[in-house]
Design a protein around this ligand. Structure first.
Ligand SMILES: C[S@@+](CC[C@H](N)C(=O)[O-])C[C@H]1O[C@@H](n2cnc3c(N)ncnc32)[C@H](O)[C@@H]1O
Length: 170
């Protein structure tokens, strides 16, 4: 995510190991709203057939299937408050952000990995949503903070006190 100033957009990149991957779009559907009345009253020819994604993911959509529905897929811009509850990390995410992606890509009991855990927003969100969570963090103080705040089943400190500057100078 980019700089988190009010009204500013940040880009989110998604990387997948395989072309086909789990995605539960129905979990993040939004109320269809009034815009749909206009959109669905002017369907193009492409809207009436299954328009297959050009990236080869196998996903596709047929807009005419939305007629009569009260929920639709969201756009690819998420509108979230930039405030977050955790003031002990300079770049903490608002919890809604990981929540949205956890809903989209996982089911309860799946495992969420955050390789840049920071203050643990993703880990806490995942646990609340009944997912397993693994966090990796290079700064021991953040590790300790998350470790003392989460109801964990297991936690590991994989490295003890490595001085990266001195290792780099060898
Ligand atoms: C943008 S912050 C993550 C903030 C987090 N999402 C939150 O809500 O608090 C990135 C975190 O990655 C950690 N980090 C940077 N390089 C790392 C590395 N090589 N391995 C593990 N953690 C790293 C930083 O210490 C920092 O806490």
């Amino acid at each position: 995510m980019g700089e988190s100033f009010p009204g500013r957009l940040g880009a989110l990149l998604q990387f997948n190991k395989r072309r086909r991957f789990a995605m539960y779009q129905e979990e993040v559907m939004v109320p269809i709203g009034d815009w749909a009345k206009t959109r669905l009253s002017r369907l193009s020819d492409t809207d009436k057939i299954r328009d297959v994604s050009r990236v080869g993911s196998g996903f596709g959509k047929n807009i005419s299937n939305w007629i009569g529905r009260d929920k639709a897929y969201p756009t690819n811009v998420l509108h979230l408050a930039t405030e977050c509850n955790n003031k002990n990390h300079s770049a903490a995410f608002p919890e809604e952000l990981p929540q949205w992606f956890i809903k989209l890509f996982t089911k309860p009991s799946d495992t969420v990995l955050d390789p840049f855990m920071g203050s643990g927003t993703t880990i806490f969100a995942a646990n609340k949503m009944k997912r397993n969570a693994i966090g990796i963090e290079i700064v021991p103080e953040y590790y300790d903070m998350v470790n003392s705040n989460c109801k964990k089943k297991e936690s590991y400190l994989l490295e003890k006190g490595v001085e990266y500057a001195s290792v780099a100078n060898q």
